[in-house]
Design a binder for this molecule. Structure first.
Ligand code: GUN
Ligand code: ZN
Length: 426
């Protein structure tokens, strides 16, 4: 059944950093949706007709739903854990929390709550690390599939340097990943990401197995972590003494490609940057996490100038907010510290079409182009009294977007649609 979703519609077709012709905006716009897909986008007057069901979101903005390309499903109760940098934080808070996901009942309960938090914050697709337990990935895929929500996820492969309760083995990690690919990759809107957690927690044998999976399934994403924290880098290089640098470990196991998502990618050597660019590998900027864990300041302009296409993500629970708006706010501040500017149009492009490009999924998500899934976020820039007060002085779309970027969170998300279905009551 067709329906028309009406509001102030904003859609990006190019990166505002590349060209002035980057978006279209309809002040009285509408999106025609049929069976979860976008059929047309344009002026309301041109798309309306007698008998068509209409949902009116004026005076709110409607954009493609946010995409979060790096988040940890089993860390939804780890967020806001005090006082540690990466390696201590993993050992003290994160691994114990992930151990609970061995229990399928816990994983199933948390999967529903995880998807509820994503959509409450306007995020319609996430790329998620699960725990090392196969059941955690099954729970997440199953819940996302039930909601027709596009999820890219994988069970983490980790066979050392962590408590036994969160470890697999090279063989088990390989076989569970292969079984999950068989069961879930390409089922409805679900996709698999081969997920060696990072080089510290994977032995050479396990990295070998991850490489074999990537060769056998070249259409799966691969996700891991790279150069987040200086102590992490030192420890990593001590474990792989023959590697030229951190990236060289992943390179040696054949993991570099345009399917590879490298969370954090902060403290990079020139050789690493060049190899990421040559292989099309992607960095993923996680600003709230990088500040919270004291990790460092991501070099967005430097990586872009080298030809790397980067994503921007929450990294919950190292990240401190589920909100891509708050993520863009902290991203803005980190780039200020580096003398770089994140323009609001570039910011909203990044969280939507930009992240879709990072995933190679721009035909399916990230824009309002006909044929895309009707995954939408409806934003209210007057959601709080302080925002409404500030909005009295906003004169342009860019100013409105910047108010959302800096002051917004889930309160500014009036509605979220996943495959055309509203996710919020009222
Ligand atoms: N590096 C390896 N695992 C993790 C994780 O769970 N969170 C973050 N922020 N970095 C990691
Ligand atoms: Zn992470």
């Amino acid at each position: 059944m067709q329906q028309l979703i009406r509001g102030r519609v904003l859609d990006f077709h190019a990166d505002p950093q590349d060209t002035a012709d980057n978006h279209r905006f309809w002040e009285d716009g509408a999106i025609l949706v049929d069976d979860g897909r976008i059929v047309a986008v344009g002026d309301h007057a041109e798309l309306t007709r007698d008998g068509l069901e209409e949902i009116d979101h004026r005076s709110h903005l409607i954009l493609a739903g946010f995409i979060d390309p790096h988040i940890h499903f089993p860390q939804l109760q780890v967020i806001a854990s005090w006082g540690a940098q990466l390696l201590d934080w993993l050992n003290t808070y994160t691994f114990p929390a992930e151990a609970e996901f061995a229990d399928p009942a816990h994983a199933t309960r948390m999967a529903g709550l995880f998807l509820d938090q994503l959509t409450a914050h306007g995020t319609t697709t996430a790329v998620a690390f699960c725990s090392s337990h196969k059941a955690s990935a099954e729970a997440l895929f199953s819940a996302a599939h039930d909601r027709d929500m596009a999820m890219v996820a994988g069970k983490v492969m980790m066979d050392r340097n962590a408590p036994a309760a969160v470890l697999d083995t090279p063989q088990q990690g390989h076989d569970d990943s292969a079984a999950l690919i068989q069961a879930w990759h390409g089922k409805g809107r679900q996709r698999y990401a081969i997920t060696p957690r990072f080089a510290i927690t994977s032995s050479p044998e396990q990295m070998e197995a991850a490489g074999a999976l990537a060769r056998a399934h070249p259409d799966c994403h691969v996700q891991t972590h790279l150069s987040e924290n200086v102590d992490e880098i030192e420890y990593t290089l001590s474990l792989y003494p023959k590697a030229r640098d951190y990236l060289d470990i992943y390179e040696g196991y054949g993991l570099l490609s345009d399917k590879l998502l490298l969370g954090h990618s902060i403290h990079l050597e020139p050789r690493e940057i060049a190899r990421m660019a040559e292989t099309g590998s992607h960095a993923v900027f996680c600003p709230t996490s990088n500040l919270f864990l004291g990790s460092g300041l991501f070099d967005a302009d430097g990586l872009r100038a080298a030809g790397i296409v980067s994503g921007i993500a929450t990294d919950v629970g190292g990240g401190t907010s589920w909100s891509m708006l708050q993520t863009l706010a902290e991203g803005y501040k980190i780039l200020q510290m580096r003398g770089q500017k994140l323009h609001p149009l570039a910011a909203f492009h990044w969280a939507t079409r930009g992240n879709a490009l990072t995933l190679g999924m721009e035909a399916e998500i990230g824009t309002l182009a006909p044929g895309s899934a009707a995954d939408l976020v409806v934003l209210d820039a007057r959601a709080t009294p302080a925002m409404a007060l500030r909005m009295e002085k906003a004169e342009t779309l860019a100013q409105e977007l910047f108010i959302l970027q800096i002051m917004g969170d889930d309160r500014a998300v009036a509605q979220t649609y996943v495959a055309g279905r509203p996710q919020k009551a009222g």
